[in-house]
Write a protein that binds this ligand. Structure first.
Ligand SMILES: Cc1cc2nc3c(=O)[nH]c(=O)nc-3n(C[C@H](O)[C@H](O)[C@H](O)COP(=O)(O)O)c2cc1C
Length: 396
């Protein structure tokens, strides 16, 4: 299940219309994702090439909206060139491409770790042909990174968590607090010389600080849901049921019996955003409300905001999430307040005030909240999300 798991009933039908008998009539059984869609989580089965093996691990990286916006050029011997798939961006919620580049950093970090695990060191050159411009519309094919392989490579203990890491998009257990010691371990255990400077990490599990941060999450989510173009961006990326999930293997995958049944009955209208007050709206808002209310702490990454800083943020973020995985702590980004579209501006200001005690940035040199995540414990395990087949990422 995903954070934007919402239902709009066509013709104003009610959610109660789907009964248990409807579910079985639709042939709807479990909510697990189809095995083929999540095969990436078995690792590089049958791959012998060092670079392809590394890419097979790296495609499990966390990334915004599970767009998987990565293209790899393996045509040059001993080199991996990473580019952005320009069809896989979020113009409405991420108009400056910041989250997409953070999502390249997460990929890069796993790639470097997976190479090191095979005894290969990486010489990472960011922006070998210059940085991508500020406007998404002007993005071209210039590489984000050129990774030259060298002998060496020291295995990283966090690598053991790569195939176990999942983002818990569910309520946390409010009976289990996260201690300050565990918070410190999450933050300290993620450090790495390649990613630290000039970024800072921080967080809180302090009961005095949590209410304002929870409210921020909830109120900023409301803006995203009520702004038609940002809501529609999510709706267009929603995949319901095994057939759609297998067809796309990306985006916001929903496979719960209930939503599948509603969809099978033609009652899940994806042509328009849900109206405020509608059942679908309440459903979506309820999920955000639950996620916000059950946040048992928050962690963040802040720093300047050049294109390189964004990539470094991703490298650091995935290390944080791997470290959290090792500690059994769930880490779930709540990115609404840090999104840079006009309607979000008041919350963008608030998140900077609450986290940094200063105004929102006015230039790339100003301190910026790059990642903002809730933490806590869940019952059981978060599910693996789909990934496209390896061949879709690789140019050979
Ligand atoms: C830059 C960035 C921003 C993200 N923002 C959100 C968010 O606001 N809400 C959310 O549910 N997940 C968010 N995520 C997590 C992604 O949805 C998640 O990584 C993706 O769906 C793949 O799932 P996985 O991490 O379990 O493999 C974000 C991830 C990244 C890298």
């Amino acid at each position: 299940m995903h954070r934007r798991n919402f239902i709009r009933l066509a013709g104003g039908g009610t959610i109660a219309a789907a009964t248990a008998s409807t579910l079985s009539a639709c042939g709807v059984v479990g909510s697990q994702f189809p095995a083929e869609a999540v095969e990436a989580w078995n690792g590089p089965v049958g791959e012998t090439d060092v670079r392809r093996r590394a890419v097979a691990y790296a495609i499990t990286a966390p990334n915004s909206h599970n767009l998987q916006p990565w293209l790899l050029d393996l045509r040059e011997e001993g080199v991996i060139t990473l580019r952005t798939d320009r069809t896989r961006v979020l113009p409405q919620t991420d108009p400056l491409g910041r989250q997409i580049l953070i999502s390249h950093g997460t990929f890069l970090e796993l790639l470097v770790m997976a190479l090191a695990q095979q005894g290969v060191a990486s010489d990472v050159q960011l922006w070998p042909q210059g940085e991508l411009p500020a406007a998404l519309k002007q993005w071209d094919d210039r590489p984000v990174a050129r990774i030259t392989l060298k002998p060496g490579g020291k295995p990283d203990p966090l690598f053991a968590q790569v195939l176990l890491r999942h983002t818990p998009k569910t309520d946390f257990d409010t009976a289990r607090t996260v201690t300050p010691e565990v918070l410190a371990q999450v933050l300290d255990g993620a450090r790495s010389p390649a990613t630290d400077a000039p970024l800072s990490v921080g967080g809180t599990v302090n009961a005095d600080q949590l209410p304002a941060l929870r409210t921020l999450c909830w109120e900023s989510a409301r803006v995203e849901l009520l702004t038609p173009r940002t809501m529609m961006e999510s709706i267009h990326l929603t995949r319901v049921g095994p057939a759609e999930i297998l067809q796309h293997r990306d985006g916001i995958s929903i496979n719960s019996p209930f939503v599948r049944a509603v969809s099978a009955l033609g009652m899940f209208d994806r042509s328009a955003p849900p109206a405020e007050g509608s059942a679908a709206y309440k459903n979506a808002l309820g999920r955000f409300e639950g996620h916000s209310r059950t946040a048992m702490g928050f962690v963040w990454i802040t720093g300047p905001n050049t294109r390189s800083d964004q990539v470094h943020t991703g490298r650091l973020y995935v290390r944080q999430q791997l470290q959290a995985t090792a500690l059994g702590v769930g880490m779930h980004p709540m990115s609404q307040a840090v999104q840079e579209f006009a309607e979000m501006a008041p919350h963008f200001e608030t998140v900077h005030q609450l986290v940094l005690g200063r105004s929102a940035p006015r230039s790339a040199a100003d301190p910026t909240v790059q990642m903002f995540s809730r933490i806590g414990y869940i019952d059981g395990q978060a599910p693996a999300t789909p990934r496209r087949p390896l061949a879709r990422f690789v140019q050979v």
